[in-house]
Design a protein around this ligand. Structure first.
Ligand code: BEZ
Length: 221
C-alpha cells in the first residue's frame, strides 16, 4: 500500500453518534467494571495514549479537579489506556505524591486493545500500539451521544467536555439546540422549523429570523 493509499479512510470502527455503546467488562484500578453498570448515569469514557506522560498527566489532574462538576451533572468518569493496571496504579500514586492530586475515577487496563478497538480509539496512522485521546459521551440509556478524538500531542479541555455534557442534557430536557460556544445560562436556539407555516410564524415574532430563534436556556446544573 502506498503512503497516499494508506491515508484514504477505510470504514471506521467504533460506535457512531446515537448508537448503543458496546458493552464490556474490564479490570480497572478500582476493580472490575462493566459498562452497562453505568445505566442511569451519564458517563464520560475517555482514552489516553500512555501512563507517565506529560499531557495525559495534566488531563487526569484536570478531570479530577472538575469531578464535583461532573457529579452535579450525574456523570461518572472512566479512563482507559493500553497500559497495565499496575502501571496505572503506579502512575496515580506518583501523581498524588508529586502533584497532590488523588485520582479517584477508575482506569481500565486494555492490554489486548480489545475495548479501544471496539470503540475506534486506535487510529492506525497515529499509532498501532496506543489509543488516541478519545472521549465518548454516553447517556443514561447507554447510547453514544457525542465523541471527540484528539491526537496524542494535543491535550483536551475538560471545561469543553463539561460544556458539551451540559448542552446535551439541556437539549434532552428542553428539546432545543445550543449555539456556538453556548454555556449554561446562555440562550439556546429553537430547533429548525418543520414546515413553511412554522417558518412563517417565526418570521412574525419579534427579534426572530425564521431560521435562528433564540430561546431562554435552563441553567442545567
Ligand atoms: C503525552 O501525554 O504527553 C503524550 C503521550 C504520547 C505521545 C505524545 C505525548
Amino acid at each position: 500500500m502506498t503512503d497516499v493509499e494508506a491515508r484514504i479512510p477505510q470504514s471506521r470502527t467504533g460506535p457512531e453518534i446515537d448508537q448503543l455503546a458496546p458493552d464490556f467488562e474490564a479490570r480497572t484500578t478500582r476493580g472490575m467494571v462493566r459498562l452497562s453498570d453505568y445505566r442511569g448515569k451519564w458517563l464520560i469514557f475517555f482514552s489516553h495514549p500512555a501512563d507517565f506522560t506529560p499531557v495525559c498527566t495534566t488531563e487526569f489532574m484536570s478531570f479530577e479537579r472538575h469531578s464535583n462538576a461532573f457529579d452535579k451533572l450525574n456523570c461518572a468518569l472512566l479512563g482507559l489506556s493500553v497500559d497495565s493496571v499496575f502501571s496505572h496504579i503506579a502512575w496515580v500514586k506518583d501523581i498524588e505524591a508529586n502533584f497532590g492530586v488523588k485520582i479517584t475515577f477508575p482506569i481500565i487496563e486494555d492490554i489486548s486493545m480489545e475495548i479501544s478497538r471496539a470503540y475506534g480509539m486506535v487510529h492506525e496512522r497515529s499509532s498501532t500500539t496506543a489509543a488516541v485521546r478519545s472521549v465518548y459521551f454516553i447517556d443514561p440509556d447507554g447510547y453514544v451521544r457525542s465523541m471527540i478524538h484528539y491526537p496524542a500531542n494535543v491535550g483536551r479541555s475538560v471545561p469543553e467536555i463539561l460544556r458539551v455534557l451540559a448542552a446535551l442534557q439541556l437539549s434532552d430536557a428542553q428539546n432545543v439546540a445550543t449555539p456556538e460556544n453556548w454555556s449554561p445560562g446562555d440562550k439556546a436556539v429553537r430547533l429548525p422549523p418543520l414546515d413553511q407555516s412554522e417558518a412563517d410564524a417565526r418570521s412574525e415574532e419579534k427579534d426572530s429570523v425564521w431560521y435562528v430563534t433564540e430561546i431562554e436556556g435552563g441553567k442545567n446544573g
